[in-house]
Design a protein around this ligand. Structure first.
Ligand code: BG6
Length: 490
């Protein structure tokens, strides 16, 4: 398939004072600084943008520059690092100290001395630090915007650990910031092929007429990982796969597959439509939960040719932990378009391959007119939207196999993103960071959607968290296909 037009590249964002809390941490080093470097490299970061890297560790400017050099050497080309580092200033700050808000205001005042700039506060810290930091910013008056400059705050999922804590976090954020100032990041939304779901659906007349309960049998959304929990036991053992992957990424993918077209592609209208999907989620029947939910936990096995420990043997995991690392969940949406169509959501760690994809399975033809000659059963059409590692859109159809006999042959019509020029392409974090700087909220979670998803999942989580729950937790071999029960379920 050939591309018929190329995308204009984004233009340079207005200068900003970017404050990164957690600036010595994993998220900042692995994702945020490389994303900034990528913006820099693509000419999208203004020369006047300044970065205030904030951490609790006592480091001199030189020590912090050395740390950056050391941690980012692999991820960022040296020329890019040389461009970025002079714009970064390190500030040691302990938000628990009463004068921390004042210290931060002074540091920002220094950065603003030439011209006041927009401000962006990025909370790259553990979720338990969101409320204290938002409070510190708010109490120091740093949430207030002026006529000419904006103030934005960025938080990463998880937004709470259930409905009550999500609301608690939101109350504090809203005490000091307006909804339009709050950017709740879901990096899945910045993936090219994820965004492509809406383009594919709503920029083609071909798919939409069949995109409903009449023609679609089911939709399957898979996010399988080969990695285990790494060094994240502290977080993961409290969260599990439902909080880590379902409340956010999987729900977001579901909403893109199921939403109605907004009248125009604008942040609030798109977000309205996504929320309507979550509002239509049919509550699970808790008495028959095992028909719609299969949970698993990986045992020891082989991954990438190496023996790997089971979840319970991972350092930092409670030896009797019942935290699921795998889930298969069947959900229904109670609305006209989707009544009766199951959505199978499946995600797990330590599976045999890393792959993220959406499969739309259409209904079978009503009857096979070829049944007398050869084929009794005609496989249904499928539209596969590959997100990782293959960024493809593949339509699986039936054709005539070559030869004198009448026989069916499955064929794929495929478009591969990877084969494109990649010009102007930004990685996930660079894209969302640019949107935070320019103030485009289309790809971010709005609080009503967060609460609707927690409202749906919290009763299930209460069951899963309960040691006396009768829900089975299936052990699966690391590096394998996942629990057998889930493979049977589809
Ligand atoms: C994160 C989860 O949000 O997404 C991780 O916390 C998970 O546990 C990761 O590994 C998966 O992201 P990706 O982009 O690699 O599919």
């Amino acid at each position: 398939m050939t591309a018929t037009s190329s995308c204009p590249t984004a233009s340079q964002a207005a200068p900003v004072n970017l404050v990164i809390f957690g600036a010595t941490g994993d998220l900042a080093m692995r994702k945020i600084f490389p994303a900034l470097a990528s913006l820099c490299q693509n000419g999208l970061l203004s020369h006047d943008t300044r970065i205030l890297a904030v951490g609790r560790t006592d480091l001199s400017a030189d020590e912090y520059s050395n740390l950056l050099g050391e941690k980012l050497a692999q991820a960022i080309p040296p020329s890019c690092l040389a461009d970025l580092v002079p714009r970064i200033r390190y500030l040691r700050l302990d938000p628990d100290e009463p004068e921390s808000g004042y210290t931060l205001s002074m540091a920002l005042g220094d950065l603003d001395r030439e011209t006041p700039k927009n401000r962006l506060f990025y909370l790259a810290v553990p979720p338990s630090a969101y409320i204290p930091l938002a409070t510190m910013l708010g109490e120091a008056g740093l949430g207030r915007e002026s006529e000419d400059t904006s103030v934005r705050i960025v938080v990463e999922k998880p937004f709470g650990r259930d409905l009550a804590t999500a609301r608690e976090l939101d109350t504090v954020l809203h005490r000091y910031f307006k909804e339009r100032q709050i950017f709740r990041i879901d990096h899945y939304m910045a993936k090219e092929t994820v965004q492509n779901v809406l383009l594919l659906r709503f920029a083609n007349a071909l798919f939409e007429p069949v995109w409903n309960r009449r023609y679609i049998d089911h939709i399957r959304i898979t996010a399988a990982e080969t990695l285990g929990i790494g060094h994240r036991a502290g977080f993961y053992d409290q969260a599990g796969v439902l909080r880590d992957m379902f409340q956010n990424h999987m729900m977001m993918l579901l909403s893109l597959c199921a939403m109605e077209p907004p009248s125009i592609f604008e942040a609030e209208l798109v977000r309205d439509e996504r929320s309507k999907v979550f509002r239509a989620l049919r509550p699970l029947d808790l008495e028959r939960l095992d028909e719609q939910l299969i949970l698993g936990q990986y045992g020891p096995g082989m991954s990438g040719g190496e023996a790997v420990p089971g979840y319970l043997q991972e350092p930092g995991v409670r030896p009797d932990s019942i935290t699921p690392t795998f889930a298969w969940l069947k959900v229904y949406l109670d609305n006209w378009r989707w009544q009766g169509v199951p959505f199978h959501l499946c995600s797990g760690k330590r599976l045999e391959a890393k792959h993220t994809e959406i499969t739309v399975q259409f209904k079978s033809v009503p009857v096979s007119m070829f049944r007398k000659s050869r084929d009794e059963v005609i496989p249904p059409n499928r539209l596969v939207i590959g997100i990782h590692p293959d960024e493809v859109v593949r339509l699986e159809v039936q054709t005539k196999g070559q030869g004198s006999q009448l026989c069916l042959q499955g064929q794929s019509m495929e478009f591969s993103y990877g084969a494109g020029s990649g010009l102007g392409r930004l990685d996930d974090y660079a894209k969302v960071l640019l949107d935070c700087i320019t103030g485009d909220q289309t790809l971010f979670w709005r609080q009503d959607a967060v609460e609707l998803c927690w409202g749906f999942l919290t009763p299930i989580l209460d069951r899963c968290d309960c040691p006396d729950s009768e829900l089975p937790l299936h052990t699966y071999v690391a590096g394998g296909p996942g629990p057998k029960a889930a493979q049977r379920a589809g």
